[in-house]
Design a protein around this ligand. Sequence first.
Ligand code: KIV
Length: 276
Amino acid sequence: MSTEPASSPKSPRRITTKSLREQKQRGEKITALTAYDFSMAELLDKAGIDVILVGDSAGMVVQGADTTVGVTLEEMLYHSKIVARAVTRALVVADMPFMSFQVNADEALRNAGRMIKETGVGAVKLEGGLVQCPTIQRLVEVGIPVMGHLGLTPQSIHQFGSYQVRATSTEEADMVRRDALELERAGVFAIVLEKVPAKLGEEISASVEVPVIGIGAGSGCDGQILVSHDMLGLYTRFHPRFVRRYAEVGREMQNAFEHYIRDVKSGEFPAPEESY
Ligand code: KIV
């Protein structure tokens, strides 16, 4: 029996960590967006996105918190399970939330293992550079694919003090360059690179064989990721320069809600054909 997933127009070939690397080798850009629920994930998958990240940005765009720091493992397990249920093609990656992997490698392994076993996602993402390499190595050794995350790492917001662009100094740029090489050596299959100068994004993408997926890291990266709620105009508290608004879904929804309220108040809804 073949272990290769079947491919047909109805069930297109599944994106894997290996196929993402091949995309990089072919020079084909990788597309990635976030999802936190079944409906959004289904739409993204049908649109042909390569990677769906169940981001801990859920803490901000779904839960309304100021940072991602408070998101729990149980919440990420819940979001990841309902996203993975909707997806047939994209690679689904789940964020490991703050303090679910930092205590020690054993705890990280237990928590990442739960993520893979209980939700159906294909990989996990964790923030951090050199210091996380022993943990990443441990996860990869037992068969858990890991995506790294460098540059602006939002779980460290209390250390950084702001969401400003990172690695503008030579020292910090050198550290990010070194971290990318170390993450690759530790076995990550891809690296998210957030909010760093475009030139550094391009250099790092050229320096590693694994795909580098940028967010605010310029066009020289191997792929791009955005938070779906940002690019759809659903979450409007911040508008970082790197976000392009592809729709104004929030405004559309507001209009629909107001229309519905007017119709109910005026007796326009429901009509006879909408009644039994
Ligand atoms: O949590 C998230 O959505 C992320 C993206 C910003 C890459 O980590």
